[in-house]
Each structure stands twice: as structure tokens, then as C-alpha cells.
Design a protein around this ligand. Structure first.
Ligand SMILES: [Zn+2]
Length: 378
């Protein structure tokens, strides 16, 4: 075996899909994993290689595959003070994330046309420390741009069913969705949804009792689970008419998970043969780590949309995750400048910045909720 330019990463705990082994990972000169060796094989290779291999010995530190975070808002260009490619990808690398996928909004311009994608890519070029993919955006009237964006390599598209928080990325109505689904038919692409629709009739007692904007519950009650449930109903109403895969970003309300399972089942029964019935969903580290009961008065750093809900909801999300009813866990990393966060819970920017800490939080939580990570961490 020609070993020039190879690297060997040693660890007593290499985490593979099936087991944890003591050994080494041999990486070739192109940076591609060539072989996973047990300790005996690694020692044999080291005895023979004659100084040609660069060896990194991690000792007891666990070695596992880099993680993809498919929900990260890098706001460059346009709002680089909120977050840029250098800082976002540095944070990702520090947190064990080796690929991020950038969301189409909060940068200016948003990633809604091929020209805008090229602007975004040129901002990222030579400015990143991990691999970066891009989501395209669906807004009213940009259906003719979608196929160009697919050909240019976007991983899929994201749209909002309620106001996004930035005016250059307006939410879509049913007629816009019809056009977007039609444009994406047969492309193999995926349409991802910020799945909340505006609540028309909040209980009046909620409005009267909770009017202190410094209280987190005032914000929480302004975005009840029914906003997510109604959005899932709207999305599933399209599934009989389209073969486009759909994905629900940042599920917060556990009550939508059975709805999604039902939608998947129905689509499969109707002959859809793609992975997971073409209906997938993610939740976020903050929904799996925090609960509304913990949020102190006057702390809008916990504000995000949909909101962090109560402890029982968090427990239920974990249950669904362990039952394989949620497909991925992401950060929804969405920073802003401090002045936009230092406001009350109704006026502050909604977003939590956790790309650097997500894996750590997940493994710590998993110690409590499952047995797998105990093997990784101890
Ligand atoms: Zn987001």
C-alpha cells in the first residue's frame, strides 16, 4: 500500500455505526477514509510504515464521524454583523460539525434566485472552515427561479407559512405553494417548511392574564401548539397532489409528530416509495434541552420561533426521537446583534445561537435518555 500523504488517527474509542472499537482510522492523501483498523492492525501498520504516515493519537478521546447541521443561518452578505461565514464555520468546527447547510434568509439578498445564490457563494468562498451547502428559498413569485437553483446544487428549498421576521423573505400563501410544488415536481428536490400559521383566535383569557412582555409565558402563549398543528394540516393537504418531498423544520410542539406519521402512512399507502414516505421532520437542541419552566423573567435570549415549550413537551419530543419518529436534530443557529436581543420577549429577535454547542448538549442529554452515548462519553 502506498502510504505517502496518509494520516492515521488513533483512539481507544472509535465510534462506528455498529460498535465502538480500539484502533485507528486511516485517511488517504485526498482526505478520504481508506480503512478502519483495530488496534492490532494499527500497530502492525505503524511497525511497517517507516515514518510515511502522520499519526494523531487521541488516546481515550472518542473519535466519531463529523456531524451535519442542516439548519444554520449565516447572514452574510447583508447582515454579516449578525453572523458571517468565518465565525459560523469556526463555531461549527469547534463543535464537531463538519458540514453546515445555510438557510436562505437573513442574508441580503436572500437565496431566492440563481444570481442571489452566486452572491452568497462568492461571500463564502475561501472564507469557510467546514463544508457548506445551501438551501434555496421559496417566496411569492419566484417559482421560475427554482429549477435553476436545483441545477446549481441547492440541497432543497425553505419557505415560511407565517411572517419570517425579515421583510425581504415574505411568507407564502396556498396559491404560492401550488406554484412552488408544480415547479419542483420531478426534480427530486425537497420543500422545507417553517410550519406555523398565524393563530386567529387566541383565548381571550390568555390576552388578559399574560400581558407582561418581560414574562416568557406571554410570548409562549402567543404561539400555541395549534399554530404548528394547523400548519401540518395545510402541508399534508398538498401531499395527494405532489411527489415532492416535504420536510418540517424545527418541530417544537410534540403534538405534530403523530400528524406527520399519519401523513407519511397515507402517502406510502398511495404508492409513494421514497425514503420515509417523502415526509421528514427535525427538532432542535434547544427544544430537547430547555423547558419554559426554566426561563427566567426578562431573559429574551431563550426566544425563538416556534417557542421552547413546557417540560412535558420536551420529554415527549425525546420519546418520539427514541422511537425514530423524528428524523434529525439540528441547531437552527440564528444569531443577531446584541441590541436586537436586549429587548422584552415580544420585541426581541427570535433566534438561538448554538451551532458550537449542539453536539455537546445532545450527548449530555442522551446520557439521560438513552444508553448509546454512555458508551461514547465514559
Ligand atoms: Zn431557522
Amino acid at each position: 500500500m502506498a502510504l505517502e500523504g496518509h494520516q492515521l488517527f488513533l483512539s481507544k474509542r472509535i465510534v462506528t455505526e455498529d460498535e465502538i472499537i480500539d484502533g485507528g482510522v486511516l485517511v488517504n492523501e485526498k482526505g478520504v477514509i481508506e480503512k478502519i483498523l483495530n488496534r492490532k492492525e494499527a500497530d502492525k501498520l505503524l511497525a511497517e510504515e517507516d515514518g510515511k504516515i502522520k499519526v494523531v493519537d487521541g488516546g481515550d478521546v472518542a473519535l466519531l464521524a463529523g456531524v451535519v447541521d442542516s439548519h444554520v443561518h449565516v447572514n452574510e452578505p447583508g447582515r454579516t454583523a449578525w453572523e458571517g461565514f468565518r465565525t459560523a464555520t469556526s463555531a461549527a468546527a469547534a463543535g464537531g460539525i463538519t458540514t453546515i447547510v445555510d438557510m436562505p434568509l437573513n442574508s441580503i439578498p436572500p437565496t431566492t434566485t440563481l444570481k442571489n445564490l452566486k452572491t452568497k457563494v462568492s461571500s463564502a468562498k475561501d472564507n469557510v472552515f467546514v463544508d457548506v451547502g445551501f438551501w434555496g428559498g421559496v417566496i411569492a413569485g419566484n417559482q421560475d427561479s427554482l429549477q435553476d437553483l436545483v441545477k446549481a446544487g441547492v440541497v432543497g428549498f425553505k419557505c415560511f407559512l407565517c411572517p419570517s421576521g425579515v421583510e425581504e423573505f415574505p411568507h407564502v400563501e396556498s396559491e404560492d405553494l401550488e406554484k412552488a410544488f408544480a415547479a419542483l415536481e420531478g426534480t427530486g428536490s425537497v420543500l422545507a417548511f417553517h410550519a406555523e400559521v398565524e393563530a386567529e383566535n387566541l383565548p381571550t383569557k390568555t390576552k388578559k392574564k399574560r400581558n407582561d412582555p418581560e414574562e416568557y409565558r406571554t410570548y409562549l402563549e402567543s404561539r400555541p401548539p395549534s399554530m404548528e398543528q394547523d400548519a401540518i394540516s395545510l402541508i399534508t393537504s398538498f401531499l395527494d397532489k405532489t411527489d415532492v418531498r416535504v420536510h418540517v423544520v424545527h418541530v417544537s410542539a410534540a403534538s405534530v409528530v403523530p400528524q406527520l406519521a399519519e401523513a407519511r402512512k397515507k402517502r406510502v399507502a398511495n404508492g409513494y416509495s421514497g425514503w420515509r414516505g417523502g415526509v421528514t421532520a427535525e427538532t432542535c437542541h434547544h427544544y430537547l434541552t430547555l423547558s419554559a419552566e426554566q426561563v427566567p423573567r426578562g431573559h429574551s435570549e431563550y426566544k425563538c420561533a416556534p417557542p421552547i415549550r413546557d417540560e412535558g413537551n420536551k420529554e415527549q419530543l425525546w420519546q418520539y426521537l427514541l422511537e425514530d419518529k423524528l428524523d434529525m436534530v439540528v441547531s437552527d443557529h440564528s444569531p443577531c446583534t446584541p441590541d436586537l436581543k436586549c429587548k422584552n420577549n415580544l420585541e426581541a429577535w427570535g433566534g438561538i445561537s448554538s451551532v458550537q454547542f449542539g453536539n455537546f448538549l445532545f450527548f449530555l442529554n442522551a446520557l439521560h435518555y438513552s444508553t448509546f452515548s454512555i458508551l461514547v462519553l465514559t
